[in-house]
Design a protein around this ligand. Sequence first.
Ligand code: UD1
Length: 417
Amino acid sequence: MDKLLIQGGTPLSGEVAISGAKNAALPILCACLLTGEPLQLKNVPHLNDISTMLRLIGQMGVEVTMDGNDGLILDSHGLNNPLAPYDMVKTMRASILVLGPLLARCGEARVSLPGGCAIGARPVDQHIRGLQAMGAEIHVEQGYVHATARRLKGARIVTDMVTVTGTENLMMAAVLADGETIIENAAREPEVVDLANCLIAMGARISGAGSECISIHGVERLHGATHSIMPDRIETGTYLCAAAVSAGSVRLTHTSAAYLDAVLAKLREAGCAVSAEHDVISLKAPQRLKAVSVRTEPYPAFPTDMQAQFMAINCVAEGSALIRETIFENRFMHAVELIRLGADIRIDANAALVTGVPRLDGATVMATDLRASASLVIAGLVAQGETLIERIYHLDRGYERIEEKLSKLGAIVRRVR
Ligand code: UD1
């Protein structure tokens, strides 16, 4: 298994390009299941989660053609197997995103239940309830969600909590339903809007994406389209944190500050000078950051996917910060690894009190999930000596060519096979 070896202590500087957003690309790949005409995508990131999703839809009968460096053409006219087997779903929870589109296009879907994952139980009851409200017959048997519907019917759906993939699944199901569907308490994440924009380009009638009430008028059929995936706001935020913690100065291109208000505000509060112009964000960090407290909430508030990275930067900041995680029940697993590097972190349920220490010391640490891994990279960049991060397959799920991009910014980092 690959490991990442980081020699800490070099301030990051220079320019790096941000990739397309994983969490927008995954549902948009599933959107191809809704039409028999080709869907052409651009700015698709090279990530293991994307390869997994392509394998999943490939075995359903979707033809995948590479189109230049970061483009894909997906053709699902031969879709013949509306099944998502356990072997594939267990490695990536986002596989549940095939459920809505398969049901809408084929009238049937068998999708393995994703089960628990490291950061919490993460049930899919809201996905199922929403589809049932639209008239689907759903049985859970032998670990599989088996859904059937002649044609889904528009419905008013109020989800119990804000769910990102839940909103996306229901939106994709509703685009081919008979009549109007209203999703209340919808997720407002920019990735939901990117998916809606792609579906609209395919002929869907959707309004309100980006607000908490989305209205979808079902149409008879969708057609092919071309869509470019939005930039990855979490990759952007991660590189900004890496620069911030190392007293660096970086320019990130091919990104957008529009989706990062809460994160940029916290970096400024920590003492960084941040500016944004067109598709570029620049950050210049002070010699030592000030500790900043964060509380994770659905968009547009501070994202849970940036919580671990902010815990890492607080480890060496001046003062103490309180990190509150309100989305997932078990998302502090990086804390014990950061403590192994010398961090002062006290955890009480869903709150962590981080008191900055003057220095961290390199050690061998283990990545436990995607964003936890990112926090260990950030800590490794500022720790004295060498940090060896094990199990970096988590990083490869969500960060494109991370060692190459960090090296371009001057970090001393290499992959150990
Ligand atoms: C998505 C993101 C993930 C991010 C998360 C929260 C993708 C592929 N992944 O995950 O990176 O961390 O949003 O911003 O976009 N819940 C239920 N029942 C459901 C659905 C959700 O109880 O049917 C709960 C979850 O357990 C969690 C909360 O709702 O506590 C939010 O989860 P959700 O927004 O659904 O996360 P994902 O869409 O899985």
